[in-house]
Design a binder for this molecule. Structure first.
Ligand code: FAD
Length: 375
C-alpha cells in the first residue's frame, strides 16, 4: 500500500535528478579518484528511504522504495548498492535500535550525515553464513567482538556497521547475534581495499575486529533472522537496481540504433535488431513485475521465495540486456563514451552481491520440495 504518494513521487524525482546531475556526469571521475562521493550521497536526500519521518527519513513502503532503486540502477549499480546497504542499516537503527543507538545514530544515518555498513561475510563464510567464526563476548559494560570480516563495503567510510557474529563456539546459527560497531569506537581496522575493475569509489576490504565494542541490535538466537530479513530487502533492492541498469541499457541502444545507419537504413529498422530489443523489453517487464511482487511480499511468509525469484531473474536479464545492447552499438559499445561495458561488469556484480544466483535457486528449490511433499 502506498504510504504517502507525494513523498514517494518526490523520492523518485530526487533519484532521477541525482542520477542525471551527479552520477552520470561524475561516475568516471569518482572511479578514477577512488573516493566515495560522500557529499553527493548526503545531498541526494535518499539516505533514509525506509526510516520514520520523525528521524528524518521518508518512510517509504517497499514497493515505493523499489521505484527509487530502479532509478538509481540507471546511473551506477555499485553506487546504488552502497545506498541499498546504507538504507538497510539506517532502517534497522531507527526502527530496531535501542534508545542509545537510535539517539546517537538514527537521525544522522537517516539524513546521510553518517553512513552505515553491513558485515556478514567472512573469508571462510560466504554463502554459508553458518560457518561464521567472528565472536561476540559479553562483558560487564557491553560486548566485545573479535574476528575478521570479508567484503566489508564502505570499509573505512561507513561510521557504523551492523556486524553479524557468533556468541559461542557451538556450531550452527542458533547463537548468532547482530551488533552495531562504530568505526571509531576502538578495535576496528581494515585491510587494503580490494582491487577491482570498476567502481573504485566504493571501498571494499576485510574488517578486522580486535575486541571491538559492540551494541546489541538483535540478541543471541535472533541475529540470523534479523540478518536474513535485512538481506531479503537488500535482494529486492538489487533486483530493482538490475531493472534500472536493464532499462538504461535499452535506452542507450535504442537511441544509438535510431541514429546509426548501415546498408542505407537505420540500424533500428533491421527486423533482426527489433526482435532482439523486443525480447529484452519483455524481460525488463518480467523483472519489474517480479520485483514489485517481491516488494509487496516482504515481511510475509511468501517474502523470501518471492524475493529469490526477483533476485534470480533480474541480474541475469540485466546482463543479457547489457551484452545485447553493447553489441547493437557495434565497436562503440566497448568504449567508455557509453555505459555498456561498465554495465556488463556491474550486472555480473549484481548476480553475486547479497546472495548468488545459485543461492536464490536453493531458496526456490526448497519451496518446490515443500510443494512436492504436499502434492
Ligand atoms: C561488490 C560486492 C560487495 C559486497 N559487499 C558485502 C558487504 O558489504 N557485506 C557482506 O557481508 N558481504 C558483502 N559481499 C559478499 C557477498 O555477499 C558474497 O560474496 C556472496 O554472498 C557470495 O559469497 P562468496 O563469494 O564467498 O561465494 P561462495 O559462498 O564461496 O560460493 C562460491 C560458488 O559456489 C556456489 N555455491 C555456494 N553454496 C552453494 C550451494 N549450496 N549450492 C549451489 N551452489 C553453491 C556459489 O553460488 C558460488 O557460485 C559483497 C560482494 C560483492 C561482490
Amino acid at each position: 500500500m502506498p504510504k504517502d504518494a507525494t513523498r514517494a513521487q518526490e523520492a523518485v524525482a530526487r533519484a532521477r535528478r541525482f542520477v542525471a546531475e551527479q552520477v552520470k556526469p561524475r561516475i568516471e571521475e569518482w572511479h578514477r579518484a577512488a573516493r566515495y562521493p560522500r557529499d553527493a550521497v548526503r545531498a541526494s536526500g535518499l539516505t533514509g528511504l525506509f526510516c520514520p519521518v520523525e528521524a528524518g527519513g521518508l518512510d517509504l513502503s517497499y514497493p515505493e522504495g523499489m521505484a527509487v532503486f530502479e532509478e538509481l540502477g540507471r546511473g551506477d549499480a555499485a553506487l546504488a548498492f552502497s545506498l541499498s546497504m546504507h538504507n538497510a542499516v539506517a532502517a534497522a537503527a531507527t526502527r530496531h535500535g535501542d534508545a542509545e543507538l537510535r539517539g546517537r545514530w538514527g537521525g544522522p544515518l537517516a539524513r546521510g550525515q553518517a553512513l552505515g555498513g553491513f558485515s556478514l561475510t567472512e573469508p571462510q563464510a560466504g554463502s554459508d553464513a553458518t560457518a561464521l567464526t567472528t565472536l561476540a563476548v559479553p562483558t560487564k559494560d557491553g560486548w566485545r567482538i573479535t574476528g575478521r570480516k570479508a567484503w566489508a563495503s564502505l570499509a573505512g567510510e561507513a561510521d557504523v556497521f551492523l556486524v553479524v557474529c557468533k556468541t559461542s563456539k557451538e556450531s550452527g546459527h542458533h547463537d548468532i547475534a547482530m551488533l552495531a560497531v562504530e568505526r571509531e569506537g576502538g578495535g576496528v581496522s581494515f585491510s587494503e581495499p580490494y582491487r577491482k575493475p570498476r567502481a573504485d569509489f566504493l571501498p571494499i576490504a576485510d574488517m578486522i575486529l580486535a575486541e571491538a565494542p559492540g551494541r546489541l541490535v538483535a540478541p543471541r538466537g535472533k541475529g540470523m533472522r534479523a540478518a536474513l530479513a535485512a538481506i531479503d530487502v537488500a535482494r529486492c533492492d538489487i533486483a530493482a537496481i538490475a531493472n534500472g541498469l536493464h532499462a538504461e541499457a535499452l535506452d542507450v541502444a535504442l537511441r544509438y540504433a535510431r541514429d546509426r545507419r548501415a546498408f542505407g537504413q537505420r540500424v533500428l529498422d533491421f527486423q533482426g535488431i527489433q526482435w532482439k530489443l523486443a525480447d529484452a523489453l519483455t524481460e525488463l517487464e518480467a523483472g519489474r513485475l517480479l520485483t514489485q511482487r517481491a516488494a509487496r511480499c516482504l515481511g510475509t511468509p511468501e517474502g523470501p521465495v518471492a524475493v529469490a525469484h526477483a533476485k534470480r531473474f533480474g541480474p541475469d536479464a540485466a546482463l543479457r540486456a547489457a551484452i545485447l545492447c553493447s553489441e547493437i552499438l557495434g565497436a562503440y559499445g566497448w568504449l567508455e563514451d557509453y555505459p555498456l561495458a561498465r554495465f556488463i561488469d556491474l550486472a555480473k556484480m549484481l548476480q553475486v552481491v547479497d546472495g548468488t544466483a545459485e543461492i536464490q535457486q536453493l531458496v526456490i528449490a526448497r519451496d518446490l520440495l515443500r510443494r512436492a511433499r504436499d502434492l
